[in-house]
Each structure stands twice: as C-alpha cells, then as structure tokens.
Write a protein that binds this ligand. Structure first.
Ligand code: G6P
Length: 462
C-alpha cells in the first residue's frame, strides 16, 4: 500500500499506468500520457501526491494481487462484475450518453430494473474510491476527483472525512436540464448531490458549468444548497511536450509513410479521434464525400486521413460504429478512387506517433464532434503543425469558446455545410492559414496542463 499521509490526491477511473500479462506470465507496464499525468508531475514527488485509480484489465488486477505497482499510484481491485456495471453499464452507457445527448429515441433510454441493478454497482464502485481516499489522505489534504465515473464519490468522501478539501472536475459537457431530467428523479438528485459534496465543482467551459447549475436548480430547487463553489478551467495543450515529442525519429518515419499514402502534391484533411459516437466521424466522411461531389476539381487532389482509434469496444454500439466508419471509408474509396489515388486513408490502430505525424502535415484538421467537453485535438494540431493548418471546428466542442474566432465553424449535423467548410479550409490562402494557426496555437496553450492542475489546487485553498 502507498503512503498513508498523502497531501494531494487525484482520483480517476483510468490511471496513469496499466499492466498487461504476456504469455510467460510476466507483467508489462504501460505508462499513459495526458493532461493529468503531466499536471501531477509538475508538482513533483516530494509534494506527497497519490493517484487513486481503478484496475481495468486482468493485467492490472494481477499487478494488484502481486503487489506490483508504482510509487504514488494506488490501484483499486474492484470486483470485475461491479466495475463492468459501473463503467460500461452506468458511466459509459448512461452518464456519457446523457451529457453528450447521444440517445436516439424510440429505443433509448429505458431506465429499467437492469439499470437499477447496475446503479447499485455504481454506488459500490464510488464507495470503494471514497473509502480508499479517506484512508490515504493526510488531515486537511486536497482531493481532486475526476469525471463522470466518480460523481458520487465527493459526497461519500465528505461524510467519511469532513476535514478534507474536495474538488470535482468534469471532463465532459453537462447536459441542459431538459435533457438531464430524462434520468429518474432520485438518480438525477443523487448525481448532482454527489458532486455538491465537493467544496468546488469545476468544468472545462462556462457553458457546461452553467448547465450544471441549471440542472441543480431544476432538480434540487433554487440555490446551490451546500454552498459548493463552481469553477471553470479550460485545459490547454501541453506545448513543450508536444513540440519535442513530435520531432522524434518515430514521428518523422510516420510522416514519410503517410506522405506516401497521400501522394505527392495532394492536400490532406486530417482527423484524429477515439472511434467515439460523439466525435461524429461518420458525418465527417459524408461531408468529405459531399465535397468530392460538389467540387469535382478536388478529386485526385485531396486525401482524407482519418485516424479513428478503437474505444470502449465492450459496447456493441461502439463496435457497430467502428464497422460503419470502415464501411463508409471503403465505399467512398470504391466510388471515387482511381489507380493512383485513395480518397480516404483510414487507420484504426492506436499509434500516438502517427497522430503527431498527421498533425504536422495536415492542411486541414476536421474536428466536428456532436458535443465534446473540450476536444484537445483542436488545440494540439495548431501547436504541432509544420506549415499552418486550417481548423474546421464544431460549435458544439468546448474548444470552440476559445478557438472559434480563427476556426471555420460548423454545425456538426450539417453535412452540406461541413462540406462547404472543408472547401473554404482547403482554399484558404497560405499566409492567412499560417497567421490563424499562430493565433490558434497561442489560444490553445493559454492554460497548459501543469498550470490547469495548480490552478485547481489553489482555487480549493481560496
Ligand atoms: C474521455 C473521458 C475520460 C476517459 C477518456 C477515454 O476523455 O472524459 O474520463 O478516460 O474519454 O475513455 P475510456 O473509457 O477509454 O477511459
């Protein structure tokens, strides 16, 4: 077990490290990247920080059993069936869908007895976090609880340890009350009350923060009853890390390989996403096809490089979505492709070096989510771009609030409108493109991860 006297604690479902068992039974560790990891490293190990996360795979569970681990990380071995209900059942199939407004009537949602059973697991899962945090935290410690998986934990932790300073951060959008209230009333109240157990509830944009307070008023009545403070911290791109990492040899190799697939003298429309329903990859492909239809002069002169990495493949709807992305890419290629030109280059295998390579060479970046808490791709591309890149950006991404002025803004449902935006982006004069990219990069890096993290700690003290 890790230190019992942590001064700063972070809690999230997915932690900074994961383990896989190879054939010989050896555990192999894999470090994750991302804003929280670099944010935590910024405060340094001497600060006595501890990250509490969940074991997600058989490898992780085996690591916990063998006592293998990393200093500063405590992985919770929550029973696999409880985790399955909490993560796939409640968090990813319900809370993610509500906050991204992804449900499609008439089939969904239906909050039936099976959902209530999963909800009990969600409570158990949150309680396991609250108990571990209560056990590990030094008196008066700061605890930063992350995301929708852990909506109930702040209130539970508050009851166990009234001395702690607790923050909750939502990395997703928040739904407006008209949508949020499709949840059963008691569940809606529990979710809001869970977060209100924190001293501070923070969001990526003012829009999501306002939606949360609107939901509190609609469900719980006027006023934020516990006096929880509401904050906004717009997580930015990690410029230092990205600029350095994107010039390493493996990225240069990927650039050569991608250029070969694109073909000399052609423009590249790039997208990089988890294959996630909210990312709107299918409508992106439809818009690209519409562009080839409406503007035949682009045929043979442009390639859509779509990096769509697997995500949440335990859920059938995600597997189906991936199949549809693949099918549509194939269809466009057989419809328009010629012996020397593949209109869509689709990569489905997760490869960070290839993502950075695509960022560097993109002429146009397509970021068209239906709804997105922030969208860091929109912020990373301008930072890494070699020669400037036009950004086609959905007005429903949190990043729109900071980048909207220098992006070409789209309604993500409007396929024809998105095709027109792609055309404008492709024809943007190169000097204008470079100027806009500079301004986008400045806006995108205004709040780097380390600062984002420190700001939250400071705000908890205030
Ligand atoms: C979003 C969520 C994160 C989550 C990530 C990847 O960014 O806000 O909490 O970790 O997606 O999803 P996954 O289900 O693979 O953890």
């Amino acid at each position: 077990m890790a230190s019992t006297q942590a001064q700063i604690l972070v809690a999230s479902n997915r932690g900074p490290i994961s383990y896989a068992l190879d054939e010989s039974g050896t555990l192999k560790a894999k470090r994750g990247g991302g804003g929280l990891v670099s944010g935590l490293s910024a405060i340094g190990p001497e600060a006595g920080a501890l990250w509490v996360c969940s074991a997600l795979s058989d490898g992780d569970r085996e690591a916990v059993r063998r006592g293998v681990g990393e200093e500063g990380v405590r992985m919770l071995d929550i029973p696999a069936d409880v985790h399955e209900d909490a993560y796939n059942g409640v968090a990813n199939s319900v809370l993610w869908f509500v906050n991204h407004m992804l449900y499609q009537t008439p089939l969904e949602p239906a909050f039936d007895a099976e959902f209530r059973r999963q909800w009990a697991s969600f409570e158990t899962y949150n309680r396991a976090f609250a108990e571990a945090l209560a056990e590990e935290a030094a008196p008066g410690a700061a605890v930063l609880v992350q995301d929708y998986h852990l909506t109930l934990a702040p209130r539970m932790l508050r009851e166990l340890r009234p001395d702690l300073r607790i923050g909750h951060f939502s990395h997703t959008p928040w739904a407006p009350p008209e949508y949020f209230r499709m949840l059963p009333d008691d569940i809606a109240a529990q979710l809001l009350g869970g977060i209100l157990g924190a001293d501070r509830a923070a969001f990526l944009t003012q829009r999501w923060a306002d939606a949360f307070t609107d939901c509190c008023h609609a469900v719980l009545g006027p006023g934020i009853p516990s006096g929880t403070r509401i904050g906004v911290h717009g997580l930015g791109a990690d410029a230092d890390f990205l600029r350095k990492r994107s010039h390493e040899a493996d990225v240069d190799d990927r650039i050569v390989a991608l250029r070969e697939q694109i073909g000399a003298g052609r423009k590249a429309i790039v997208r990089v996403d988890r294959t996630e329903l909210s990312k709107n990859i299918v409508r992106g492909l439809l818009a690209y096809r519409q562009l080839l239809e409406d503007q035949p002069s682009w045929r043979e002169r442009v390639v859509h490089v779509a990096l769509a990495y697997p995500s949440r493949q335990d859920l059938a709807v995600y597997r189906d979505y991936m199949t549809e992305v693949q099918r549509l890419a194939d269809e466009i290629n057989s419809q328009y492709g010629t012996p020397g030109w593949t209109p869509v280059v689709l990569h489905l295998k997760d490869d960070f070096a290839r993502s950075l390579a695509a960022y560097r060479l993109a002429d146009v970046a397509l970021v068209n989510p239906i709804r997105d808490g922030m969208n860091l791709v929109a912020k990373e591309v301008p930072v890494v771009s070699d020669e400037g890149c036009a950004l086609v950006l959905s007005r429903e991404a949190g990043a729109y609030e900071e980048l909207g002025e220098d992006a070409i803004v789209v309604n993500p449902y409007d396929v024809v409108g998105t095709a027109r935006a792609l055309h404008s982006a492709l024809t943007m004069p190169l000097d204008e493109r470079a100027e806009r990219t500079k301004r986008l990069a400045a806006a995108a890096t205004a709040l780097p991860p380390a600062q984002w993290f420190l700001d939250q700690l400071r705000a908890l003290d205030a």
